[in-house]
Design a protein around this ligand. Structure first.
Ligand code: EPU
Length: 418
């Protein structure tokens, strides 16, 4: 299997182009099931998860063409195959976002239940609760969820927590439902807002996407669209940490600061200079890295997807930092690996205490989660000697050629093919 090899010690200077957002692309590609014709998405990131979504859409009967620009032609009701099989769902939980559009457009869906994953149990009860409130009949058997409803009906749904993909599934379902759906305690992530935009382009009537209350007036039919996917705020945040850690000066080309408020606030608190420029967001490290306190929260709070990367920054801070992970119950898998590299981190339940100022030394490391893997690459940038990050397929799920992008700003990083 491939590995990423990092030689620590380089100061990163230059521009890094930020790709389209993975977590926007996945629900948007699924939304192409809704209209009666081919939709086109631009700025699609070339990632393993996107390839998996393409495979799933083909399996459902879609024609899928292109890479960075993807055209998706949904099947007619006669040709649609309404099952998302275990083989695909087990490799990507986000496959669940086809459930809402399938039921809304074709009246039926059978989707493998995702089950838990490395970072937590991650149930889908809120997705199902919402669909049931809209009149769907739901049946669970043999690890699959069968959902059926000739035409969904609008409903008021109060989510127990602002689940991102849950909210997206229900928005897509509601777009073709009869009447008005109101989603309360909705997720406010920029990716949810982007989906609202796309549904409106298709002819749905969505208001409030990006706020805690989303209202969707269902329509009878939706039209195909063309859309450019927003930049990936987590990819941008990951490279921001690379700049801060190496006391570098990096322009995150195309990054949108308004999607990154919580990340930028913590970068500044840690001593980096962050400026918004016409071409993107510039991050300059220099001087001491300061300790930080972080609690992960739903947007606009600090994102769980940046927790592991900030922990690496905290290992280099002058003093003690504290991180609390409040979204997923098992998202500290990078800790034992960082400890093997010399970090001083103590975890108690959801809280991690990081005693900063430790010298990291390169080692062979691996993690079973995408963001944890990214944090190990970051640690390698400031570790002495060589760090080998194994299980690269986790990185490839969410970062397009991370090694090339880092090399472009002066890092000594390469991919070694197995
Ligand atoms: N939850 C439930 N019931 C549900 C749905 C969620 O209990 O029906 C819980 C989850 O177990 C978790 C919390 O609610 O504790 C929030 O989970 P959420 O549903 O918001 O997560 P998700 O939609 O499965 C998306 C991203 C994740 C990101 C989280 C949180 C996509 C495709 N994935 O997952 O991205 O961490 O939101 O922001 O949008 C990543 O990119 O590395 C990644 C894991």
């Amino acid at each position: 299997m491939d590995k990423i090899v990092v030689e620590g010690g380089s100061r990163l200077v230059g521009d890094i182009p930020i790709g389209g957002a993975k977590n926007a692309a996945l629900p948007l590609l699924a939304s192409a099931l809704l209209p009666n014709g081919p939709s086109t998405f631009k700025n699609v990131p070339l990632l393993q998860d996107v390839a998996t979504m393409g495979k799933l859409l083909r399996q459902l009967g879609c024609e899928v063409d292109g890479k960075h620009t993807m055209v998706i032609h949904p099947p007619t009701a006669k040709k649609a195959k309404l099952e998302a099989p275990y083989e695909l769902v087990k490799t990507m939980r986000a496959s669940i976002v086809v459930l809402g559009p399938l039921v809304a457009r074709y009246g039926r869906a059978r989707v493998s239940q995702p089950g838990g994953c490395a970072i937590g149990t991650r149930p889908i009860d809120q997705h199902l609760k919402g669909l049931a409130a809209m009149g769907a009949k739901i049946h669970l058997d043999h690890g699959y969820v069968d959902v059926e409803c000739k035409r969904l009906k609008g409903a008021t749904i109060v989510l127990d927590m602002p689940t991102v993909t849950g909210c997206e599934n229900l928005m897509m379902a509601a777009a073709l439902a009869k009447g008005r759906t109101v989603i309360e305690n909705a997720a406010r992530e920029p990716e949810v807002e982007d989906l609202g935009l796309v549904l409106n382009k298709m002819g749905a009537k969505v208001t409030g996407a990006g706020t805690a209350i989303i209202t969707i007036e269902g329509v009878d039919e939706l039209q195909p669209i063309e859309h450019t996917i927003i930049p990936d705020r987590i990819e941008a945040g990951t490279f921001a940490i690379a700049a801060a850690l190496t006391r570098g000066d990096v322009l995150l080309q195309g990054a949108r600061a308004e999607h990154m408020d919580a990340i930028i606030a913590k970068l500044r608190a840690a001593g980096s200079t962050v400026t918004v420029e016409a071409g993107g967001v510039r991050v300059r490290g220099g001087g001491d890295i300061l300790p930080i306190d972080i609690t992960t929260q739903p947007h606009p709070g600090f994102p769980t997807d940046m927790q592991a990367q900030f922990m690496v920054l905290a290992t280099q801070a002058k003093g003690q930092s504290m991180i609390r992970e409040m979204i997923f119950e098992n998202r500290y898998m990078h800790v034992p690996e960082l400890s093997r590299m010399g970090a001083d981190i103590h975890v108690d339940g959801r809280t991690a205490i990081i005693r900063g100022g430790t010298k990291l030394s390169g080692a062979a490391v691996m993690a079973t989660d995408l963001r944890a893997s990214a944090s190990l690459v970051l640690a390698g940038l400031v570790a002495s000697g060589k760090t080998e990050v194994l299980r690269v397929y986790h990185l490839d799920r969410g970062y397009e050629t991370i090694e090339k992008k880092l090399r472009g700003v002066g890092a000594k990083v390469k991919r070694v093919k197995a």
